[in-house]
Design a protein around this ligand. Structure first.
Ligand SMILES: [Zn+2]
Ligand SMILES: [Zn+2]
Length: 185
């Protein structure tokens, strides 16, 4: 009997594409799941959780390796099991308190992103690990900088990768800085 049709081009269609998982669920109802990743779950009360109860996971915030009980749920997998957050409960609580305090310290929302100066929906940016408000950023600038490490070293690493010439980087730095200064006057 042929199995469910697979999406062979994984670059354009991920295997968890909804219509595909529906087919899989219907077809395999009452049978053992065919895919290893879907066999990987346990229950926390009535809640189905991805992974084994004995698994350990590193918190992306405090870098402690903790039992997965220390993590709360994040998003649902197609089989109804929850993926867990990448940061532990404790760090999550601290972050939430931080965000709340930063909101109080924030200035009123401007029209433009403090980084790219485009008119966009803005988010509050703060210095990580503190309640210090830094500025209002668009989502792209905020997540982009976050992914580069949220610091100058990370952003410069990317600059050096793009243009491996310190003179050119300095030249562009001055050009961008002057344009930015002209814009914000
Ligand atoms: Zn943590
Ligand atoms: Zn921006």
């Amino acid at each position: 009997m042929p199995g469910p049709k697979r999406n062979l081009n994984l670059n354009t269609v991920p295997y968890w594409e909804p219509s595909y998982s529906k087919k899989l669920k219907y077809k395999d109802y009452g049978k053992k799941q065919k895919y290893k990743s879907h066999e990987n779950f346990h229950y926390r009360g009535d809640t189905k959780i991805v992974g084994k109860e004995t698994d350990m996971q590193e918190c992306k915030e405090c870098h402690k390796i903790l039992p997965i009980m220390a993590f709360t749920t994040q998003v649902l997998r197609s089989d109804g099991a929850w993926y867990l957050k990448k940061i532990c409960r404790q760090c999550h609580t601290v972050n939430k308190k931080e965000t709340y305090a930063v909101r109080k310290n924030a200035t009123s929302k401007p029209e433009r992103c403090a980084c790219c100066h485009k008119k966009k929906e803005l988010q509050i940016d703060h210095i990580h690990g503190s309640t210090t408000f830094r500025g209002w950023l668009c989502r792209a600038c905020n997540t982009g900088m976050g992914k580069l490490g949220d610091n100058l070293e990370g952003v410069l690493q990317a600059a050096i990768y793009l243009e491996n010439d310190t003179e050119k980087i300095k030249e562009t730095l001055h050009k961008v800085y002057n344009e930015m200064f002209a814009r914000t006057q």
